[in-house]
Each structure stands twice: as structure tokens, then as C-alpha cells.
Ligand binder design. Structure first.
Ligand code: NAP
Ligand code: NAG
Ligand code: NAG
Length: 446
């Protein structure tokens, strides 16, 4: 084999995505499906991961704090005290790193945090992480002598030192795992200035106790809206789930009622819904989702976000303008860790040259086709990165292109099973426990 070429990669964030990137770039090599000898394609990675917090975990690193931390940074985690995963551990796990046997199927955020810490430890990747360093700016720079004809200037600063005006280093590639659940999306609600109740986004929700005996309206009925409504129903007088989607199929506790979306807010705690009914509510919790944030990318990077769509990305991952830049996990309705695992291995194969990407125009056309197909199925623009019903197909496609193992079929089996249970019995599905069946291709309920 010829001389190894060093490829320097800047990884942004040490949550599930960033850790997975370090594991595959710097950790022990998993054998490839086809050649079986762990061929490096003449490339040796040198990755550095920048993490603004004190520890790994990203959104899983629970904190009681909301707002800003002691260093003046916005709190990143969206975890609430009692959150349990809405996917079972059997399909949350990175395919090469199962959760502990003695954990139940649905686990607390602290179990996931411990798992990520174990993962980092087991693969010996902690040493590549620079904690308390925040990425300020990423900028492309043409460099015809470099492997890819282009390199990246990455400016970072210490969050511990307000005087620090940053340090710039040069990398061959940039992989973003900065998280997608940190910047609340706050819809404009007419009359909100007159409303006297408390308005909180689910990002800043931590525990149910402050809502004791209250009337609470939740806006948005996806994972956060439904899950927080359930835990509030134990203490609140009444909980309204206000949303614009089809009627929820699951049974809810008797003090939880559905309402259409919000028409307006008024004085006297009044909230009026789109059917012109109204309630007087002490609190309004906005479970309305999150913005993507790439504000640290210089405009020259070419990444744009318009109404929840990030472009120009090939396979929701690779910047088509500069394919040595990738963003992890922007898709919705996914199993995040297995998803990162395939995306990272695909991007690694791109950097190594074993996956040869189409040219920019063809990649953009592929992206446009995917987008148009979604629109033609009646999905709104803001669902551009939604993966309901096509996640495993997407992951299999990337795995096959990169010649790496697909996510095991049993992930899909349990994912579908749980999705059905969640939809039809949201009050009880997290009580279930599963075990792999004898054939290893399905599950038994314990
Ligand atoms: N383990 C758990 O139990 C748990 C709990 C919470 C969150 N999570 C995870 O966290 C992530 C984020 O979930 P999320 O529920 O916070 O966000 P989300 O999935 O983005 O859902 C936001 C919801 O708010 C709705 N919405 C937005 N603006 C609205 C408006 N003005 N009026 C009415 N509805 C509005 C959206 O409707 P449209 O769909 O029509 O846009 C959407 O259904 C997901 O990956 C989720 O699985 C997990
Ligand atoms: C969230 O919304 C999506 C898209 O409408 C849907 O497929 C999914 O089942 C919802 N999730 C929950 C927990 O209701
Ligand atoms: C809505 O309800 C209010 C009072 O409950 C009533 O005065 C008003 O006329 C109603 N508006 C519509 C459009 O039905």
C-alpha cells in the first residue's frame, strides 16, 4: 500500500452524531462488507471534535437550568426531568454498541447519557474532543494543492474566556453534529402581548410540579406535545392539546382534551381556538418544534435554511457545493443513533474516495427529485427532511453505496411495532419490554 494521506476533519459537537463520527474516523475499524480487510483507501483521518459544553451527550446531557448557562451560552439540552425515550433501546442503539442488558426497553435520558459516555470511553475517542470550545465561523478556502482542492477555515473560541477572540485552524473536511433541537420555533400568535398566562416552549420545560392544579394548553401534538401532556395530566386540572392535524387515535387521561390550533390569545388568560371555542388557561406550552441553526457557517459555504428545509444537500447530508462538508441528522422521524452511524460511514467513504459522488448538478437534481416527490405526495415544504415510512430504505441505500453493513432488519421490525403502539396507546406503550426472538429477526413482548 502506498503512502497514507492525512485528512483532517473538524467535527462540530460531541452529541450522538459527533461521537459517532469520531468513532468511525478515529476508533477501531469495522470490516467492510465487500473487501473484508478494512481498506483505508490510503487515507488516514485526523479528527478534532469541538464541543461547547463540559461533557459529551448534546441534547441528552440533562440540566435543570433553562435560558443561559454560567458562561452566557444558551442552554442546549431539551431534556425534561422525567423524559423516557420514545423508541426502545433495541433500536436506539448504535449497531455496534448495544445498551446494557439489564435496562428496560424504554429508558430515561440519564441512561442514554451514560450510554453515550460509555460509547466514547469504549472507543477511546474522548481524547479527540476539545471541550468548552465553541465554533464561531466555518469558511471554505480554495487550495488546489490539497486532496480535495478546497479546505476549511474553522474558527473556535473558549466559552470560559470572554476575552478569547478565537483561534483559526485549517481542515480538509467539516462534519456538523451541532444538534437540531436547541433553537425553539416560536409561532406568531395574535394577541400574545395581551395574554397574562405563562408561555413556555417545550425546550424550556423541565418538570410538571409548577403546573399543579393549572389549566394548561399545549400547542403542537407531536412527540413533545403528547408526552408532556401526559405527564402534566397527573398534576394539572386540565390539559388541552391544540393542533391542526387529524384527531389523535390514542386514548388519553380524562382530563386531557383535544382542540384545533390557536386562533388568538387575549387578556384574562383567554385562548381561542380555530373552531371559535375558548378556554382560560394559566399556561401555554409551545411544543412547536425547532429551527435548524447554521449561523456559524460563512455565507460562502452555500448552506441555506428556508422554512425548515436545508439546501443544497445531497441525500440530506452532503453539501453539493462543497462535498467535503456534511450535516448529520437533520431528518425528522428517525432513529438518531443508527441514522448517524450510516450517514457517518457514507461520508467517510466519500472522503476516502470509495464512494464517488455525482457532479454538483446531478446531485442537485437528485435532491430536487426527492423534494418534488414529497410535494407530489401532498407533503408540505416544511416536511422536506421527514423520513416517515422511508427511513430504512434511505439508510439501506446509503449503506449499499458505501459498501457497509445495513442496519439489521430487526431494528425495522421493532420500530414499526412501536410506532403502531405509540399511535394507538400512547399512555402505555413505554411500559412494554421486548427481547429479540430466537431467530434474531423479530421480537417477543416480555
Ligand atoms: N422521548 C420522548 O418521548 C420525546 C419527547 C419529546 C420529543 N422527542 C423528540 O424530540 C424531537 C422534537 O419533537 P417535538 O415534538 O418537540 O417537535 P416536532 O416533531 O417538530 O413537532 C412540532 C409540532 O408542532 C406543530 N406546530 C408547529 N407550529 C404550530 C402551530 N402554530 N400550530 C399548531 N401546531 C404547530 C407541528 O405541526 P406540523 O407537523 O403540521 O408542522 C408539529 O406537529 C423529535 O425527534 C421527537 O421524537 C422525544
Ligand atoms: C409526528 O408527526 C408526524 C408527521 O405528521 C407523524 O408521522 C408522527 O407519527 C407524529 N409523531 C407522534 C409521536 O405523534
Ligand atoms: C365566536 O364566539 C364569540 C363568543 O363566544 C362570538 O361572539 C363570535 O360571534 C363567534 N365568532 C364566530 C365567527 O363564530
Amino acid at each position: 500500500m502506498g503512502k497514507m494521506q492525512v485528512v483532517r476533519v473538524a467535527i462540530i459537537g460531541a452529541g450522538g452524531g459527533g461521537l459517532c463520527a469520531l468513532r468511525h474516523l478515529m476508533g477501531p475499524r469495522t470490516l467492510k462488507k465487500t473487501d473484508g480487510d478494512g481498506d483505508h483507501q490510503g487515507v488516514q483521518f485526523e479528527a478534532v471534535c469541538f464541543e461547547q459544553a463540559a461533557k459529551v451527550g448534546g441534547t441528552w446531557a440533562y440540566t435543570d437550568q433553562v435560558g443561559r448557562d454560567e458562561h452566557g451560552n444558551s442552554i442546549h439540552s431539551s431534556m425534561y426531568k422525567n423524559l423516557k425515550t420514545n423508541l426502545p433501546k433495541q433500536c436506539m442503539a448504535f449497531p455496534d454498541f448495544p445498551f446494557h442488558n439489564d435496562l428496560p426497553s424504554f429508558i430515561g435520558h440519564e441512561d442514554v447519557q451514560n450510554y453515550l459516555e460509555d460509547y466514547a470511553d469504549s472507543f477511546g475517542i474522548l481524547k479527540y474532543i476539545q471541550f468548552y470550545r465553541q465554533v464561531q465561523l466555518v469558511k471554505p478556502m480554495h487550495d488546489k494543492d490539497s486532496r480535495y482542492g478546497l479546505r476549511w477555515e474553522v474558527t473556535t473560541r473558549s466559552v470560559l474566556d470572554p476575552q478569547d477572540d478565537g483561534e483559526t485552524d485549517v481542515y480538509d473536511a467539516v462534519l456538523m453534529g451541532n444538534g437540531n433541537y436547541a433553537i425553539p420555533f416560536l409561532p406568531t400568535l395574535p394577541g400574545s402581548e395581551s395574554y397574562e398566562g405563562q408561555i413556555v416552549h417545550s425546550h424550556n420545560y423541565r418538570r410538571p410540579e409548577p403546573y399543579r392544579d393549572q389549566v394548561v394548553v399545549m400547542l403542537g401534538a407531536n412527540a413533545s406535545g403528547q408526552d408532556i401532556a401526559l405527564e402534566l395530566s397527573d398534576v394539572a386540572k386540565k390539559v388541552y392539546i391544540s393542533h391542526n392535524k387529524a384527531h389523535l387515535q390514542s386514548r388519553f387521561p380524562d382530563n386531557v382534551k383535544e382542540k384545533p390550533g390557536i386562533e388568538r390569545l387575549d387578556a384574562n388568560y383567554k385562548i381561542t381556538f380555530l373552531d371559535n371555542t375558548s378556554v382560560n388557561a394559566d399556561s401555554l406550552i409551545l411544543c412547536t418544534g425547532y429551527h435548524y441553526d447554521y449561523s456559524f457557517l460563512a455565507p460562502e459555504c452555500g448552506i441555506e435554511v428556508k422554512d425548515f428545509r436545508v439546501t443544497p444537500l445531497y441525500k440530506h447530508l452532503v453539501n453539493t457545493k462543497f462535498p467535503t462538508m456534511a450535516v448529520l441528522g437533520i431528518c425528522k422521524r428517525i432513529v438518531p443513533f443508527p441514522f448517524f452511524d450510516i450517514q457517518v460511514q457514507f461520508f467517510r467513504a466519500v472522503l476516502e474516495g470509495s464512494v464517488v459522488l455525482p457532479n454538483e448538478a446531478d446531485m442537485n437534481e437528485d435532491t430536487e427529485c426527492d423534494y418534488q416527490e414529497r410535494l407530489s405526495k401532498g407533503r408540505p415544504h416544511r416536511y422536506s427532511h421527514e423520513m416517515s415510512g422511508c427511513m430504512f430504505q434511505y439508510l439501506n441505500e446509503l449503506a449499499d453505496m458505501a459498501c457497509v453493513e445495513r442496519i439489521p432488519k430487526n431494528y425495522e421490525v421493532i420500530y414499526d411495532l412501536v410506532a403502531f403502539q405509540r399511535k394507538t396507546d400512547v399512555m402505555n406503550y413505554k411500559k412494554m419490554n421486548f427481547a429479540l426472538n430466537d431467530k434474531g429477526d423479530g421480537y417477543v413482548v416480555l
